[in-house]
Design a protein around this ligand. Structure first.
Ligand code: FES
Length: 212
């Protein structure tokens, strides 16, 4: 098991113990090697279990990064992570390692950026994804009732993965189909206007399929 400091856990500790905040506040870890002052960093290291090396992932990550370099005038740790997540659907350990090598920074530096942004997935995505729009139009048209039924069907209280890891639920602020509000997207298929009952039924079918 490898151990990394996560900026998320770092922030949690800092914000709960104001006395630890360095003078001038806390710099965003996007700035690699951001100064964290003289606080005891070892006290806030957080163990994160990471998956084993998987054949092909490292080579795939290298190719993605090379292609990213050719298509972008400015390459940063964050832009590399976005490119990797776009292509792989998540950030495996191999991708983190390769992003570090590519940017000539430490793995810990890259991990700090990846863990700061909650939109990055650090585990493989489930087989099915449900997105519920709760943007203004969908909200007015009853998105919250749709969301409540879907959460009940998935036994979730918020965004995230189901207990069996088969389905992930995401919120979206506009799926670009306001005329069909309220809108739900299941595995990239749009459904709308969706009644709470129809949406829940769709989810139940997905949950049934999740283990297939
Ligand atoms: S607000 Fe829901 S699709 Fe636009």
């Amino acid at each position: 098991m490898r151990t990394y400091a996560t900026s998320t856990s770092l922030h949690k500790v800092l914000f709960s113990r104001n006395a630890w905040l360095p003078e001038g506040g806390l710099d965003c870890p996007c700035k690699v090697n951001a100064p964290y002052g003289s606080m005891s960093v070892s006290a806030i290291f957080h163990e994160v279990p990471l998956t084993q090396e998987r054949a092909g992932l490292r080579q795939q990550a290298r190719e993605i990064l090379e292609s990213h370099r050719k298509s972008q005038s400015t390459v940063t740790v964050l832009s590399c992570l976005l490119a990797l997540e776009d292509h792989l659907g998540w950030l495996p350990e191999e991708a983190i390692d390769e992003a570090a090598r590519f940017n000539n920074v430490s793995t810990n530096d890259v991990w700090a950026v990846a863990s700061f942004y909650t939109n990055f997935r650090l585990s493989p995505p489930p087989a099915h994804t449900i997105e519920v729009c709760w943007g203004p139009t969908c909200h007015i048209k009853g998105a919250m009732a749709v969301l409540a039924h879907i959460q009940d069907a998935l036994h979730l209280n918020s965004e995230g993965d189901t207990a069996d890891g088969g389905v992930t639920l995401k919120y979206n602020t506009c799926l670009g189909a306001c005329a069909q509000a309220p809108v739900v997207m299941a595995d990239h298929h749009l459904m709308g206007p969706a009644s709470p009952q129809e949406a829940a039924e769709l989810v139940r079918r997905l949950v049934g399929l999740a283990g297939d």
